[in-house]
Design a protein around this ligand. Structure first.
Ligand code: UD1
Length: 449
C-alpha cells in the first residue's frame, strides 16, 4: 500500500441504504486552523493551539511553518508552536502548490519580518483562484509587491520596516484576502479599515485569536473591520472553533439516509443557512443545547433551491453535499454556484449513480430520482468527495470512490465517525485489495516511529 497521502490509490467502499443513528463529535474547523496557524507568525513568543484537526492540509501548513523556522510540537489536537526564530522568509513551492491556504502566510510574515517571498499557489480543481485582492491590499499598506518567476516578492521599504495603516475596500468579500490583510494590519503603524470584509466565522475566529495575542480589532463578524496596529503581539493559548462544514456534512448524512443524528460541539448560528435549507428540504432541526443540534428526517426530501454566497449566505463548501441530497428529492431543484467558477464537476459523478442533473453555466438543474445506484466514482475535489460519500450512503448497493487524497485533506476520521453511526464504509488498498489505513493512521504511525 502507498504510504503517501498524495499518491493514494486506496478506495472507499460504501454500502448504501443502511440507517444511521447516534451522535457525531465535530472536529476543529480546518479553515480556521490553517489560518490561525499562519497567524502564529505574527507573534515572537510560543503559543498553544487546541482543537487542531488531524488533516493532511494541517500537516502541510505545519511543513510550511517549519520551513520558515517555527518549532512545532504536537500532542493529539494540542499544538505548541514556537515562532521566536524565523530563519527564512521564502515559503517552499512544493508545499504552497499543494495547499493554497499556505499563501496566506504572506501577510503575517511580511508584517513581522519586513519581507516575504511566497510562490503563487496557482489554480485548483474548483477555479483559477487569483490573489490580486491580497496583493493590492498589501500595496495599499505601503508594501512593495512584485511577481517574478511565479513568486510574489513583498517587502516593506524604509528603515522602520512597518506597514502603514490604510483604508481598503475589497471588490469582493474574499475570505483569504480579508485574513491576509487583517493579519498584516495587526502590526502596522496606525489604523487599517477593511471594508466589504468577509464575515465568515473562520475570519472571526482568526480575529479572536489575534485579539488573544493582543491585537486591537473592532467590528469582528461584520463587513467593516478596523485594526489599530500594535508594535508586537504576545503568547496565547487558543482553541479553534468547531467545523461548521463537517457538521453540515453529517446533518446531510442524516437527511439522505432518513436517520436521526445529532452533532456537537457546534455553534448553531454559524449553520444558519444550512439549517434553513435542510428545514425547507423537509428535515426537522432541534437545538438540543447551545452547542448541539439534531436532525430528524421528514418522510420525503423536498426539492429545494440553493444559491451559494459569502457568509451568512449558503456556503459554497456545502454546495456539493446539498446537491447529493437533492438528487433524491421529490421534484426539481436548482443549485446556483456564485463563489467559484468551476465547482460543479461532481455532477458527472452523480450521473454515474443514476442522478438526473443538467448543468447550464453556473447552475445545475436537478430532477430528483426515486433511487441512486452504487457505482465506481472519482472524487474531483475536497467537498465533492464528501458529497459522493453522502450519495453512496443514500444509494442502493455498493459505491466505490477513488481520489481519496481530496477527502483526506479536510475530513478527520470520516469513515470512523460514519461507522460509529452504523454506516457500512471501508477503505480498501487499491493494490492489495485489503482493508487500508486512513491517512490519519498513517500520519500517527509515522510520528510514533
Ligand atoms: C476560503 C476557504 C474555502 C471556501 C472559500 C469561500 C480557506 C482555507 N478556504 O477560500 O474553503 O470555499 O473561502 O468561502 O479558508 N478571489 C479573487 N481575487 C482574490 C481572492 C479571491 O478573485 O484575490 C475570488 C476567488 O477566485 C473566488 C472568490 O473570490 O472566486 C472567493 O474566494 P475566497 O473567499 O478568497 O476563498 P479562499 O479564501 O481562497
Amino acid at each position: 500500500m502507498s504510504n503517501s497521502p498524495e499518491a493514494d490509490n486506496s478506495v472507499l467502499e460504501i454500502w448504501g441504504q443502511h440507517p444511521l443513528a447516534g451522535h457525531v463529535s465535530i472536529s476543529g474547523a480546518k479553515n480556521s486552523a490553517l489560518v490561525v496557524m499562519a497567524g502564529i507568525l505574527l507573534c515572537s513568543q510560543p503559543c498553544r493551539l487546541r482543537n487542531i484537526p488531524n488533516l493532511v492540509d494541517v500537516h502541510r501548513m505545519a511543513a510550511v511553518l517549519t520551513a520558515l523556522g517555527v518549532k512545532i510540537k504536537q500532542e493529539d489536537d494540542c499544538w505548541e508552536l514556537d515562532p521566536s526564530d524565523i530563519s527564512h522568509t521564502r515559503a517552499p513551492y512544493e508545499i504552497v502548490s499543494k495547499l493554497r491556504a499556505s499563501f496566506f502566510v504572506i501577510g503575517p510574515l511580511l508584517a513581522r519580518m519586513g519581507v516575504a517571498r511566497i510562490p503563487l499557489p496557482g489554480g485548483c480543481a474548483i477555479g483559477a483562484r487569483p490573489v490580486e485582492l491580497h496583493v493590492r491590499g498589501l500595496q495599499a499598506m505601503g508594501a512593495n509587491v512584485q511577481i517574478e518567476h511565479g513568486t510574489v516578492h513583498a517587502c516593506i521599504p524604509g528603515i522602520r520596516k512597518r506597514l502603514q495603516g490604510a483604508n481598503i475596500y475589497l471588490d469582493y468579500p474574499s475570505v483569504g484576502a480579508t485574513e491576509t490583510l487583517m493579519m498584516a494590519a495587526t502590526l502596522a503603524e496606525g489604523d487599517t479599515v477593511i471594508d466589504n470584509a468577509a464575515q465568515e466565522p473562520e475570519v472571526a475566529d482568526l480575529a479572536n485569536f489575534c485579539r488573544a495575542m493582543g491585537a486591537r480589532i473592532r467590528g469582528v463578524g461584520t463587513k467593516t473591520l478596523t485594526i489599530s496596529g500594535v508594535p508586537s503581539l504576545h503568547s496565547t493559548d487558543y482553541a479553534i472553533v468547531p467545523d461548521r462544514i463537517e457538521a453540515g456534512t453529517f446533518l446531510i448524512a442524516g437527511a439522505i439516509t432518513r436517520s436521526k443524528i445529532s452533532v456537537s460541539p457546534i455553534v448553531p448560528e454559524q449553520l444558519g443557512a444550512v439549517i434553513a435549507k435542510l428545514q425547507e428540504a423537509g428535515s426537522q432541526i432541534v437545538v438540543e443545547s447551545p452547542n448541539r443540534i439534531s436532525l430528524i428526517p421528514g418522510d420525503e426530501i423536498q426539492a429545494t433551491d440553493i444559491q451559494t454566497l459569502p457568509y451568512p449566505g449558503f456556503p459554497t463548501d456545502m454546495q456539493a453535499q446539498f446537491m447529493a441530497l437533492m438528487t433524491l428529492s421529490n421534484g426539481s431543484s436548482m443549485v446556483t454556484e456564485t463563489v467559484f467558477e468551476n465547482r460543479l464537476r461532481h455532477v458527472a459523478e452523480f450521473s454515474r449513480m443514476g442522478a438526473n442533473v443538467r448543468v447550464n453555466g453556473n447552475c445545475a438543474i436537478i430532477q430528483g430520482v426515486p433511487m441512486l445506484s452504487g457505482a465506481p466514482v472519482m472524487a474531483t475535489d475536497l467537498r465533492a468527495s464528501a458529497a459522493l460519500v453522502l450519495a453512496g450512503l443514500g444509494a442502493q448497493g455498493k459505491t466505490v470512490m477513488s481520489g481519496l487524497q481530496h477527502l483526506d485533506r479536510g475530513y478527520e476520521q470520516l469513515e470512523r465517525k460514519l461507522t460509529k453511526l452504523g454506516a457500512r464504509i471501508t477503505r480498501i488498498d487499491g493494490t492489495t485489495g485489503q482493508v487500508a489505513e486512513t491517512s490519519e493512521e498513517i500520519t500517527a504511525s509515522r510520528r510514533s516511529r
